[in-house]
Design a protein around this ligand. Structure first.
Ligand SMILES: NC(=O)c1ccc[n+]([C@@H]2O[C@H](COP(=O)([O-])OP(=O)(O)OC[C@H]3O[C@@H](n4cnc5c(N)ncnc54)[C@H](OP(=O)(O)O)[C@@H]3O)[C@@H](O)[C@H]2O)c1
Length: 318
């Protein structure tokens, strides 16, 4: 598949795309095993977690921001077993169960494959009590939520508005904000309000009527806005954010340019990932899985994700 692999035996199965475009570009095929560098692990993938960024990259929307070496395997979230260690990786041994938000600078060897190279700086051990499937659901969305919560500075007694409380990122964001003592108001469509309530937030419906609904719950406005959807979500910010309040968005640069907040791009962070995995293993952080697909149906898994209506995370088991 990659130029570097030309001539190598085709030895592992993977979901691959060879040019940019829709989900029809995906093919399940055999490719050479990936190589590992000195600070990289070769991981036998047990479960891969899917994220919207995977298909945005495949569609070519992020060209200029993220380099892709075609043909490429999608997927940055992985849970699996260490098959081989690099030259200097004292943190891990062959046989360890690990999870990772294994983003490399170049998109090429993703997690929707039998084997994936995983940089040590992105990986953490899976604690006892956490399944591979739940572990694969956690990294990118969990880290995005945690980093948004931390960088917003929210704390005890704050009122926080979470846009897209029922999504992959939002479901973790609500729980992590609640764990820090905040009151959370979360936007979702009506059918997901019970779910949002169970996560610990007061649900409101997104759309034109949002200002009235939030004002009814918080007449003085909110202290923090966490935007996990973009689009028109931040349009209500001037009316809903208290003076001195703070905005973080993962999908709208206006958070920084118009509202003096942060436009966040999630970073791999092994220590934070270990912290999230511990919270999940002890049951403090709930992981919602929308669906699990076998590798043979991985393209369908992406089609379901691309519908934009999932609740929780979609997993591919290898
Ligand atoms: N910058 C970063 O570092 C970063 C990191 C992670 C994700 N992201 C981006 O953040 C976005 C969300 O990611 P995700 O993984 O959480 O997505 P997701 O799980 O696929 O989100 C799906 C959910 O969005 C809800 N939704 C759709 N439109 C909405 C709206 N206007 N207001 C509130 N909820 C709405 C849907 O509910 P209904 O079907 O009921 O409408 C569905 O439950 C994506 O665009 C992703 O690429 C960015």
């Amino acid at each position: 598949m990659p130029a570097a692999g030309a001539g190598l035996p085709l030895s592992m199965k993977a979901l691959v795309y060879s040019d940019f475009g829709g989900s029809d570009r995906f093919a399940l095929t055999e490719v050479p095993d990936p190589h590992i560098g000195p600070d990289t692990l070769l991981v036998r993938v047990v479960a891969a977690g899917l994220n919207p960024v995977d298909y945005k990259i495949r569609e070519g929307y992020l060209r200029g921001l993220i380099d892709v070496a075609l043909p490429a395997v999608p997927g940055w979230d992985v849970a699996g077993i260490v098959e081989k260690v690099g030259l200097d990786t004292p943190e891990f041994e062959v046989g360890d169960r690990i999870l990772a938000y294994a983003r490399a600078d170049l998109v090429q060897h993703g997690s929707v494959a039998e084997l994936m190279p995983v940089p040590v700086r992105t990986a953490a051990h899976i604690p006892d009590g956490l399944s591979f499937e739940d572990a694969a659901a956690l990294p990118l969305a969990g880290l995005t939520a945690l980093q948004s919560v931390l960088r917003s500075g929210l704390g005890e007694g704050d009122t926080v508005l979470v846009h897209n409380a029922a999504g992959g990122v939002g479901s973790f964001g609500v729980q992590l904000a609640r764990l820090r003592g905040a009151r959370v108001i979360g936007t979702a469509s009506a059918g997901k309000h019970d779910y949002v309530r169970a996560l610990g937030a007061e649900p409101v419906e997104y759309g034109d009527a949002i200002v009235g609904q939030v004002k009814e719950l918080a007449p003085e406005g909110v202290d923090v806005v966490l935007d996990f959807i973009g689009g028109s979500a931040l349009d209500s910010t001037s009316e809903l954010l208290r003076e001195g309040g703070f905005v973080v968005s993962i999908a709208d640069s206006r958070a920084a340019t118009e509202f003096g907040g942060i436009s966040l791009w999630v970073r791999p962070d092994a220590a934070q990932l270990a912290e999230l995995a511990t919270l999940a293993a002890e049951g403090t952080l709930t992981i919602e899985r929308a669906a699990s697909y076998p590798l043979a149906e991985a393209a369908d898994a992406y089609r379901e994700l691309e519908s934009g209506h999932t609740r929780g995370k979609i997993i591919v088991t290898i």
